[in-house]
Design a protein around this ligand. Structure first.
Ligand SMILES: [Zn+2]
Length: 284
């Protein structure tokens, strides 16, 4: 069934588990993610970034994901990942998303408050949840060499509390040592900072960039208020390995049909691994 972000995160916060939010790159990913959640009886979040929406001309990928969510035996939230401007986010309200992230983390505090508040008012009228970000979750250095991206900035507890109070958001993405796009898990999160945020904010907290974080630190984060965990790089890396293996085997003709199925199975295996770590199985 299709549900909002709050529908899956409020019970997660209470019971101290996290719901995986997995990036949909194409239909193979969407099927693999939903089937993994169904087999483990876990709620799940399908998240799509604006760049993927553009590649797929918006409606086809959204319609497919929405249909998968509605037909699913578990709660599935359809979430916009990193909406960067008011128009992009407002546009998807009518297209079937049950949740959006507005990322105003690079704006001034006042601008971030103003745009986020306007979007929250509009979203809540449609029964849609809103995630926002305070502090900056940066990108891995390898990515930084390709295009400019600001350095990480840790979330300030007092600023996050004021932001949450003013905007009435449903979930907050925090910067506690996490970085986007890290290939090898070697990061230990700043758990004391997370504890302060958890006690001050009283809303579900979101961890972006989980692929670079070691599993034991992810578990401590879940104990301390992280209820939504975004996963992209880790799964993309597994799919890349699958593609390389597939094409390195030159003994037979490669039909895309075979590859499609291999990608679904690869995504499914990795999503199950993360759902088990996040503790959300048998919660649906
Ligand atoms: Zn992110």
């Amino acid at each position: 069934m299709l549900v909002s972000l709050s529908d899956v995160l409020i019970p997660a916060r209470k019971e101290k588990y996290a719901v995986g939010s997995f990036n949909v790159i194409n239909l193979e990913y969407a099927i693999g993610i939903v089937e993994a959640a169904e087999e483990l009886k876990s709620p799940v979040i399908l998240q799509i970034s604006p760049s993927i929406l553009q590649i797929y001309r918006f409606a086809p990928i959204i319609s497919a994901c929405k249909k998968l969510a509605i037909a699913s035996s578990v709660p599935v939230c359809l979430h916009l990942d990193h909406g960067k401007d008011f128009n992009t986010v407002a546009k998807v309200f009518c297209l079937g998303f049950s949740s959006v992230m507005y990322d105003g983390s690079l704006l001034s505090f006042e601008e971030n408050v103003n745009i986020t508040s306007s979007l929250v008012n509009l979203a809540h009228l449609h029964g849609i949840s809103v995630e926002a970000e305070i502090g900056i979750v940066g990108k891995d250095e390898e990515d930084l060499s390709k295009k400019t991206y600001p350095q990480s900035k840790a979330t300030d507890v007092e600023e996050a509390a004021r932001f949450t109070e003013k905007t009435k958001i449903d979930a907050l993405a925090v910067s506690v040592g996490n970085i986007h796009g890290v290939n090898t898990p070697n990061i230990q999160l700043n758990i004391p900072l997370l504890q302060d945020l958890h006690h001050s904010l009283k809303i579900p907290l979101v961890l972006h960039g989980s692929s670079g974080v070691i599993d034991s630190s992810i578990q401590s984060a879940i104990e301390n208020g992280i209820c939504k965990i975004n996963v992209a790089t880790r799964i993309i890396n597994q799919v890349n390995r699958c593609l390389l293996d597939h094409y390195q085997d030159k003994t037979h003709f490669h039909h895309h049909k075979e590859l499609t199925n291999e990608i679904i199975l690869t995504v499914k295996k990795e999503v199950k691994n993360r759902i088990n770590l996040f503790g959300s199985s048998n919660r649906a």
